[in-house]
Design a protein around this ligand. Sequence first.
Ligand SMILES: Nc1ncnc2c1ncn2[C@@H]1O[C@H](COP(=O)(O)OP(=O)(O)O)[C@@H](O)[C@H]1O
Ligand SMILES: [Mg+2]
Length: 339
Amino acid sequence: MPGAPLLDVAALTVSFATDRGFVKAVNDVSFTVNEGEILSIVGESGSGKTVTLLSLLGLTDRRTTQVEGSVLFRGRRLLELKDREMRRIRGKEIALISQDPMTALTPVHTIGWQIVEQIRAHDPVSEPVARRRAIELLGEVGLPNPTEAFTRYPHQLSGGMRQRAVIAMALSCNPALLVADEPTTALDVTVQAQVLELLKRLRKDFGSAIILITHDMGVVAEVADRVLVMYAGRVVESGTTRQVFEDPWHPYTWGLLASIPPVHGERPARLTSIPGTPPTPTNLPPGCGFAPRCRLRFTPCDQPPPRQGEGDRRALCFISEDRRPAARATVLPQFGGAA
Ligand SMILES: Nc1ncnc2c1ncn2[C@@H]1O[C@H](COP(=O)(O)OP(=O)(O)O)[C@@H](O)[C@H]1O
Ligand SMILES: [Mg+2]
């Protein structure tokens, strides 16, 4: 369908079987990803980001996990596909860079061998052709000496180089969608910036859409076109990166924004982080999931919050539009109190 999004996720809900029955780790999550777009999913650890991804890729354990909702990718309903069909899509049309880059690599084979295997698993090309393409890819992701890197084992590369090799492997089939789960978390700041640059270049050169998971609002600001802010299994705010940074609606987003160091001006003595920890699926509060940690909570917050906004610009919160600026200024003074 022309104009249809590449990926359309609607009312995705994921429940795990526990000894206290099923608990929801992801609840009513809806979003779209357009061709060539970078969407960031941001939230603290335990928000449900990884579970969201794994479930839409058919990678959750069917025996213990119940996945509801619909996931439409290029006209196919992914949640209804057989494992075999899903495997064909993963790695070829959708590539995953998982949270731990080492899980993507086998220690006992060279980087080159692994990329060649990956290419040939989806594309019946000869070994020399696959080899040439692998070396080309290693060069494209910025490995300084790709021919040599090809012959290296994972442990012989630095963390940043290894992450580039994993990205090269993910790109080897020219996926329409690249899903990257905290790809820079384990890297130092300089290398992190290089990997983010690389992701942006890939979108430009290969036209891949990217879902980038992170817990870092700084990363979002750097690369994303649109943002989903997740908390306690729900999307609490969504919008374009610009909307979310210039006019954030949800107190949780305010808290995340308050914890990134300012690029300009004086650094505060201490960055405010949000006190407390996120709930787990087994102890979700009855109303708004964020209420127990929210400085602005008031009586209605014991009930499920209403959805504000429309389309891709939304938030789940009781604070009405007219009260928002003053409330926000208590967390983010730089926004001022007036609308
Ligand atoms: N297989 C599982 N069984 C039960 N609970 C799980 C399982 N996988 C994840 N969870 C729980 O679901 C919540 C969301 O996890 P996750 O998606 O990994 O968070 P994030 O990636 O945002 O850090 C966490 O509280 C986690 O402990
Ligand atoms: Mg995760």
